[in-house]
Design a protein around this ligand. Structure first.
Ligand SMILES: [Fe+2]
Ligand SMILES: [Fe+2]
Length: 183
C-alpha cells in the first residue's frame, strides 16, 4: 500500500535567494501543485487518509497562491497593460470556478461520492489556467515596466502571512482583481 512521504505532503518553500522574480516564484508554486495532483492520482484507491490529507494540502496551497495573485500580481498587470482587461477578467473567472470546486472539496472527505473526480477535475482546471497564465500573463509581466524582483518579494512575504492563517469558511466568494472603482 502506498503511503504519503514527507516529500509528498510538504510543499516546497519558496525561500531561495535567487528565486525572487515573480514569474519564477509563481512557476515554482505551479510545479508544486502539479506534483501534488500527480501524487494524488498515484495513491491507492482505499488510502482515504492520505487522500484527505493531500486534498486539504492542495486546497490550502491553491488558496494562498490565488490570493497573492489577486492581491498583488493581477492588479499590477491590469495597471501596466491597458489592453489586459479581457485576459485578466478571464483569469479572475477561472480562479472563481476553481474556488467553487475547492469549496466543495473542503466540505467533503475522501471516500465521499465524486470526491476523487472533483480532485481530478480541479487538477485539470488548474492545469488549463496555469498554461494560459504562464503564456499570456507572464508575457505581459515581462513586457511591462515592472520590478519583477520586488513583486516577487512581496508575493513571498504575503504567502508567508497567509500560510499561517486558517482557511476561510467559504472559499467560493466572488473573485475580482479589478480596482475597486471599476468593479
Ligand atoms: Fe492564477
Ligand atoms: Fe498561478
Amino acid at each position: 500500500m502506498k503511503t504519503l512521504t514527507a516529500k509528498k505532503t510538504a510543499p516546497k518553500k519558496v525561500v531561495d535567494a535567487e528565486l525572487t522574480d515573480v514569474t519564477q516564484v509563481l512557476h515554482h508554486d505551479h510545479q508544486t501543485v502539479a506534483e501534488m495532483f500527480f501524487q494524488y492520482s498515484e495513491l491507492e484507491e482505499d488510502d482515504l487518509e492520505a487522500k484527505d490529507e493531500l486534498a486539504k494540502t492542495i486546497v490550502k496551497e491553491l488558496f494562498v497562491h490565488a490570493k497573492v495573485e489577486e492581491e498583488i500580481v493581477y492588479p499590477a498587470v491590469r495597471k501596466s497593460a491597458d489592453d489586459s482587461e479581457d485576459m485578466m477578467d478571464e483569469a479572475d473567472t477561472e480562479h472563481h470556478i476553481v474556488k467553487l470546486l475547492m469549496a466543495e472539496i473542503s466540505q467533503m472527505k475522501a471516500g465521499d461520492d465524486h470526491f476523487d473526480s472533483k480532485v481530478c477535475v480541479l487538477g485539470e482546471l488548474v492545469n488549463h489556467h496555469v498554461q494560459e497564465e504562464e503564456k499570456e500573463i507572464f508575457e505581459e509581466l515581462r513586457a511591462a515596466d515592472l520590478d519583477l524582483e520586488k513583486l516577487g518579494k512581496q508575493v513571498i512575504a504575503r504567502k508567508g502571512e497567509l500560510s499561517k492563517k486558517t482557511l476561510p469558511k467559504d472559499l467560493s466568494v466572488a473573485t475580482s482583481s479589478r480596482p475597486a472603482s471599476k468593479k
